[in-house]
Design a protein around this ligand. Structure first.
Ligand SMILES: Nc1ncnc2c1ncn2[C@@H]1O[C@H](COP(=O)(O)OP(=O)(O)O)[C@@H](O)[C@H]1O
Ligand SMILES: [Mg+2]
Length: 436
C-alpha cells in the first residue's frame, strides 16, 4: 500500500471511525511505509477499541521504532502479567536492551532460563554477551575476529564438579582426552583419534553438564551446537550453518563441540522436509569424517534424550562410535551431587547418605530443585528472625515430597523401546538397568 492509498483510506475512516478492520489496515500501512508516528496514533485508538495482543505488539514495535522504549516497556510489562511466554520474554528483554538496561536484561534472561531449562535465544545472548548458562563470557580479543561465536565459551567447571558418571568420564578420557594428549602413541598403535561419544538417557542427569566439564578438564574451548542454530529450513542454510560451526571449532582447537538434542538433526520432529533432513545428516557426517578438513583437536560429544529418534547413519564407525547410557545418579553419586550443591551454603552437619537414600530416581536436576526449595524455605524463616540459620538434614528431607522425580516418564518410554525395538542390542544398557 502506498501513501496515497493509505490517505484515501483515512478519509473513508473519518466516516466510519469505529471500523476496526479499516483502522488496522491504515495503521499497518503507515507502519510499512515507516510513518511510525501515524501508525502509533492509530494503534493507540485501536487499543482502546479492542485491546488484543496483536495491537499491543504492534504498538510496542512502533514505540521501539520511535525510540520511546520506556513506553514500550510499560506495555510489555503489562502483557507479561498474563502471558509469560518465551515470545513475550524475548520482546521484553529486547526492549530492556534497547533502553540501555543491560544488567536488568541479563537478570531477566537468567531468571527465565532458570525456569525453562532448555530455553535460550541466540540473538539476545549475542547482544548481552553472555553464554548459554547465563554467564558473561570473555569476549576480549575475540569479538570482531572471524572465529567468534556467541556459543563459544571456556568453562570453569571440570570433572571434579560432576558427581558420579564414572563410566562416562572414563570413556571420555580413553576415547577423546588421551588421544588428544598423546597423539603419537595412538598413531603408533594405528589407532585413529577422532570420532565422538554419544550420551543418552533421562533428562537432567548431567549430559550437558559433563560435556561442559570435559572442556574444563582439558582447558579447551566449548562450543554448543543446538538445533536452532543450525536448522534453517526455510532458507536452506542448514548445511552452511553446520559447516560454519565446525570451522569455528577448528579455528579454536582444542575444542569440545557439543551437539545437544542431536536426535533433532535430520529427524521428522522439526517438520523438516525429508530431503532437508538427509542433507544435514550428510553434511554432519562429512564434517565428522574430516576428509576435506583437519579435525585434530576437535572433540565431539553429543547428547540426546530420545535415541530412538536418531538416524542410524550417526552411529556408524568413526562417527559416534561410543554410545553411552547415562543413568540417573546412584546412591553414591547422589551423595556426591548433594555435597557439591551444598558446598558453599551454610549447613549443619548433613547426613548425606540419608538424603541420598530417600531420593531414589532423582536426576541431578531434581536434586538441584530439592536444594532450591529447601533454601527458599530457609530464606523465608531467616527473613523473620533476621538471622542466617544453617540448613539441616531434616529440612531437606521434608522437601523431598515436593519434587517429582523427573526420570520416571523417560523410563516408561525407554522400557518400550528396550523391550520391542532393541535391534542390534543398542538398548542393552537400559535392559540391564531396568532388569528387564
Ligand atoms: N552428575 C551431576 N553432578 C553435578 N550436577 C549435576 C549432575 N547431573 C546433573 N546435575 C545438575 O543438573 C543440571 C542439569 O543437568 P544437565 O547436564 O543439563 O542434564 P541433561 O543434559 O542430561 O539433561 C546441571 O546443570 C547440574 O546443575
Ligand atoms: Mg542437556
Amino acid at each position: 500500500m502506498d501513501k496515497s492509498t493509505i490517505e484515501a483510506l483515512e478519509i473513508a475512516l473519518e466516516a466510519t471511525p469505529e471500523n476496526l478492520l479499516l483502522r488496522r489496515q491504515i495503521a499497518d500501512g503507515y507502519f510499512n511505509i515507516k510513518e511510525f508516528e501515524k501508525a502509533k496514533n492509530h494503534y493507540t485508538i485501536l487499543l482502546q477499541q479492542s485491546p488484543d495482543k496483536d495491537t499491543k505488539l504492534a504498538l510496542i514495535k512502533c514505540y521501539q521504532k520511535l525510540g520511546n522504549f520506556s513506553t514500550g516497556l510499560i506495555i510489555a510489562e503489562e502483557m507479561l502479567t498474563e502471558d509469560r511466554s518465551s515470545e513475550m520474554m524475548v520482546i521484553y528483554i529486547q526492549l530492556l536492551i534497547d533502553d540501555g538496561q543491560n544488567s536488568e536484561a541479563i537478570e531477566q534472561y537468567k531468571a527465565f532460563q532458570m525456569q525453562h531449562e532448555e530455553w535460550y535465544n541466540e540473538n539476545l545472548e549475542y547482544q548481552l554477551k553472555i553464554d548459554s548458562s547465563g554467564n558473561p563470557h570473555g569476549l576480549e580479543g575475540e569479538i570482531g575476529g572471524e572465529a567468534y561465536d556467541p556459543f563459544l565459551e571456556k568453562p570453569s567447571i571440570d570433572f571434579s564438579h560432576v558427581g558420579g558418571m564414572d563410566q562416562v568420564k572414563d570413556e571420555i578420557k580413553m576415547k577423546i582426552i588421551h588421544p588428544l594428549q598423546n597423539p603419537d602413541l595412538y598413531k603408533a598403535y594405528g589407532k585413529k583419534a577422532g570420532g565422538g561419544i554419544l550420551m543418552y538417557g533421562p533428562p537432567g542427569c548431567g549430559k550437558t553438564y559433563l560435556s561442559k566439564a570435559t572442556a574444563g578438564e582439558i582447558q579447551s574451548k566449548f562450543l554448543t551446537v543446538g538445533i536452532e542454530d543450525t536448522v534453517d529450513m526455510w532458507m536452506g542454510n542448514s548445511e552452511k550453518n553446520l559447516h560454519a560451526k565446525f570451522e569455528i571449532a577448528r579455528g579454536n582447537s582444542p575444542c569440545v563441540m557439543f551437539f545437544d538434542e542431536i536426535d533433532a538433526l535430520g529427524s521428522k520432529r522439526n517438520d523438516l522436509k525429508q530431503s532437508a533432513g538427509r542433507n544435514i545428516i550428510n553434511q554432519f557426517l562429512k564434517e565428522m569424517d574430516g576428509i576435506d578438513s583437519n579435525n585434530d583437536g576437535l572433540l565431539i560429544l553429543g547428547a540426546t534424550n530420545s535415541p530412538w529418534h536418531m538416524d542410524s547413519a550417526f552411529l556408524r564407525p568413526g562417527r559416534f562410535d561410543r554410545i553411552i547410557f547415562v543413568p540417573p545418579p546412584d546412591q553414591e553419586a547422589r551423595e556426591k551431587i548433594l555435597k557439591l550443591m551444598l558446598a558453599d551454603k551454610p549447613v549443619e552437619k548433613i547426613d548425606y547418605g540419608k538424603i541420598a537414600s530417600k531420593t531414589n530416581e532423582f536426576s541431578g536436576a531434581d536434586i538441584s530443585a530439592l536444594i532450591d526449595l529447601t533454601i527458599e524455605e530457609k530464606l523465608r524463616s531467616s527473613m523473620k528472625t533476621g538471622k542466617i540459620e544453617p540448613i539441616r538434614t531434616k529440612e531437606i528431607i521434608t522437601q523431598i515430597k515436593r519434587v517429582r522425580p523427573s526420570t520416571k516418564d523417560w523410563f516408561n518410554t525407554a522400557r518400550n523401546y528396550a523391550l520391542y525395538s532393541n535391534n542390534s542390542g543398542i538398548y542393552d544398557d537400559i535392559v540391564d538397568y531396568l532388569k528387564l
